[in-house]
Write a protein that binds this ligand. Structure first.
Ligand SMILES: *Cc1c(COP(=O)(O)O)cnc(C)c1O
Length: 488
């Protein structure tokens, strides 16, 4: 399977290289020129369970790995989930909620990050090792640590902003078990952490020294094809469940509402659509950082706006990297046009897509955004009326879905467990919030009558393994030290 850069059709590589490199040398993202010619036959879907669907989808993109190896990887990944079905579809009011948070870290990123390490292991040439560097604002770091923990021939270092995550998110990372992991708090905010890690990736000298030891620097961020492809699977699985339960007939179009930040999750939905899934509409749901809402409504992407910290922090983002892939496909696989938009974004902070592209975009996509107050009100209303507890990210997807439910069947993606954000959820329910997050966790359990995921409840008892806070300039030395102390 050959992948090319969104910005240059001549810049091609194999799936293994794409997995190991993340993005192309010209800054573009790897895409499959023939995506729209591939198909998952709907009739076959009805006979498959989640893992078989995953095998069918992933075989389309990772044929070099081989079916048996893929099958093993899928089992190893999804055996770690709390439910054998991997995801769960719940009917709540007029809307179906697709729960994607039953993985080891209680966020939807587990669906891809439990699988990615196995894909990377398979892609690694013999005798080589992969060192994963990740800057995180919270969710990605933990899901990546958990995914790569004790995976042979890999090591992972995670850098998070020392005072920029929730207490639960921090403890999830600093208590991580495994022989090949390390976690550092960086002095500064998320952008500082991101910049520090990017500097290391750009340091050719440093990379060369590592390559001489047969160590490749790799990232686990959401532009990697190994993050994107596993997310296609649950769109098909939700559709299958709706057909089997008699909610829709085979071939009927449905809509999906997707809480969005970096545009990876909803883009995977678009890939499912390209592979033949009958979709009426994707609703891109955002918080106050509504750059995507404006883009879908006007065709203008303009990042020159204030950045807001919200109660849905995993969607606090102004540069939605994966959108570049949608531009490539909406422009009919036109690399020059895609590159030109990205150049404008870099130089001016904004771009306007062509009229043809805008029409295509709006035929399939709609967009909504919600303030923190609106999000809290939705959490409370849905809980009081339906007895269903949403986390702030999922609440935004749900609220957006409500605006389109008259059009037909709609699935709202739920991306995190409410127990990951107990203070925000308690506050939304009108309950008092304590300083101590574990007190909040207990109270949310008490108020809702639901159990917190075991991995979160257990955090309080786990020893903290990583307490070191470092400065931006110490990232390289932290890597060298890690490599001295660990045999990958
Ligand atoms: C990462 C994340 C999102 C946003 O997903 P993108 O693929 O970045 O659009 C939404 N909700 C939660 C809980 C997340 O962790």
């Amino acid at each position: 399977m050959i992948h090319e850069s969104t910005r240059n059709a001549g810049l091609q590589c194999s799936e293994s290289e794409a997995l190991l490199k993340g993005s192309a040398e010209d800054g573009g993202l790897y895409v499959d020129r023939y995506l729209k010619e591939k198909r998952i036959p709907l009739q076959d879907l009805l006979k498959m369970d989640y893992r078989e669907t995953a095998l069918a989808v992933l075989s389309l993109f990772f044929d070099g790995i081989g079916k048996e190896k893929l099958k093993e990887a899928i089992s190893a990944a999804y055996d770690r989930f709390d439910i054998p079905e991997t995801v769960s579809l719940q009917k709540t009011g007029d809307i179906h909620v697709l729960e994607l948070f039953h993985g080891p870290t209680s966020a939807f990123k587990d669906v891809a990050l439990t699988l990615l390490p196995h894909l990377i292991s398979n892609a690694l040439p013999e005798g080589e090792k992969a060192l994963i560097l990740t800057a995180t604002s919270g969710d990605t770091g933990k899901a990546a640590l958990s995914g790569f923990s004790n995976v042979p021939r890999t090591g992972i270092l995670v850098y998070y902003p020392k005072d920029g995550t929730s207490r639960i998110q921090e403890l999830q990372m600093t208590t991580q078990e495994g022989e090949n992991v390390a976690v550092y708090g960086l002095k500064g905010n998320f952008d500082d952490a991101q910049t520090a890690v990017k500097e290391v990736f750009a340091d050719q000298g440093f990379r060369k020294v590592l390559l001489e030891k047969k160590i490749r620097l790799t990232s686990a961020n959401s532009i990697n094809i190994g993050r994107l492809m596993p997310q296609i699977v649950y769109y098909f699985d939700a559709y299958r469940q709706l057909v089997l339960s008699g909610s829709i007939s085979l071939g009927e179009k449905i809509s999906f509402s997707v809480p969005s930040g970096n545009f990876g999750d909803v883009l995977a939905g678009y890939y499912a659509y390209c592979l033949g899934l009958p979709v009426r509409r994707f609703i891109v749901a955002s918080n106050a950082n509504n750059v995507l809402t404006d883009f879908v409504r006007t065709g203008v992407y303009d990042r020159r706006r204030p950045f807001y910290k919200t109660i849905s922090p995993s969607m606090d983002i102004l540069i939605s990297s994966n959108l570049e892939r949608l531009l490539y496909y909406l422009s009919d696989e036109n690399n020059e046009e895609t590159a030109a938009y990205m150049q404008e974004l870099k130089e001016k902070g904004c771009y306007r897509i062509s009229e043809t592209m805008r029409k295509k975009l709006q035929e399939l996509f709609a967009a909504e955004y919600f303030s923190d107050e609106e999000t809290s009100a939705v959490i409370r209303r849905v809980y009081e009326k339906e007895g269903y507890l949403l986390d702030p990210h999922s609440a935004i997807g749900y609220a957006a879905a409500e605006r389109y439910k008259e059009e037909g069947k709609i699935v709202a993606l739920a991306t995190a467990s409410p127990f990951k954000f107990p203070a925000y959820v308690l506050n939304a329910l009108g309950q008092e919030v304590a300083e101590d997050e574990f007190a909040n966790l207990r109270k949310l359990t008490e108020v809702s009558g639901q159990e917190a995921p075991k991995a979160i409840a257990r955090l309080q008892e786990l020893p903290v393994r990583f307490e070191e806070a470092i400065g931006r300039e110490e990232v390289r030395s932290s890597i060298s030290r890690f490599l001295k102390e660990h045999e990958l």
